[in-house]
Design a protein around this ligand. Sequence first.
Ligand SMILES: C[S@@+](CC[C@H](N)C(=O)[O-])C[C@H]1O[C@@H](n2cnc3c(N)ncnc32)[C@H](O)[C@@H]1O
Length: 316
Amino acid sequence: MGLLRSYLRKKAYSVKESPVKSSTQFYLNKVESVISIENLEEAEEDMNKYYLNSKWAYSLFHTHDNFHHFALCNGKVVKREDYETQPKLISEYIEKIKAKNVLELSSGQGANSYYLANKFPDTHFKAIDLIQTPEEKVLKLKNFQFQNGDYHDLSKYRENSLDLVFIIEALCHSSTPKIVIDQVYSVLKPGGYFIIFDGYRRREISELNNLDKKILTLSEHAMALNEMFNIVKFNTLLKSSNFEVSKSTDYSDKVIPNLIKLEYLARMYYKFPKIAKLVNRFISKEVVQNSITGLFLRTLVEKEITGYYGHILRKF
Ligand SMILES: C[S@@+](CC[C@H](N)C(=O)[O-])C[C@H]1O[C@@H](n2cnc3c(N)ncnc32)[C@H](O)[C@@H]1O
């Protein structure tokens, strides 16, 4: 497992022909020949099972150092340090306001808080997550405290008590992000920042052809999402909130090298359907289905159907 992980991480990934033009229907047929997608077309997957069962696959195929998010890449090929782009950007705001109390919502395996708590030993980091618990090494840090919890209810934190709150690729699981935004507003001190990184739909489903509709909903459900929030609606929601939007950045291009890697790996899996079917017997449904996202997410981003954004909000 260790050797395989190291090989997969060192490899330079490229997928030469444009998936946008030719291969979407071809790969959708492959998917249908290997796995049963009826349930995925209908409903949201079980998020608990998704995160608990796909932990090992995330670590083997997707991320480094237990970051459970996409790398924002500075070059054409995804590198280890590209997974640190989000916590590095958050660092700038911790430095700017000399934040002493920081809260991470949905910390997953705790990689972001681990990175930041080591970088800022005099700052106290708190984190909550609904399902996952950080690794032992994170829990042992002196300036870090974890609690299981739902980001829709932050009443365990005092009002006006935190300097900075951040969330990476997890607000997409909420169907009522306004509740989370209002909760964060009340626990932040005046002058504090709320930083959000996430994926969004860029177009309405009614604007899409049937094939794009299908790969979008399959990919969302395969990531245990009901549906991604629309970026235009999200920006409107932010503008109507109490926060001032200091900065919005479209990072969609920066996520592409990571998506190329996932597309490459997913195509390998579907190259030999008979072997894939055999493998399916031994791995969980959630991991198998995740290969669908691997196959199609690059196409969805390149066609500007979905995108990846960062928002910096400030409480005044
Ligand atoms: C894609 S992972 C991101 C983990 C982490 N932010 C990172 O960058 O490595 C999404 C996380 O959101 C958590 N989550 C989903 N819904 C949540 C909720 N209502 N409250 C708190 N955490 C939630 C999941 O348990 C999961 O750990």
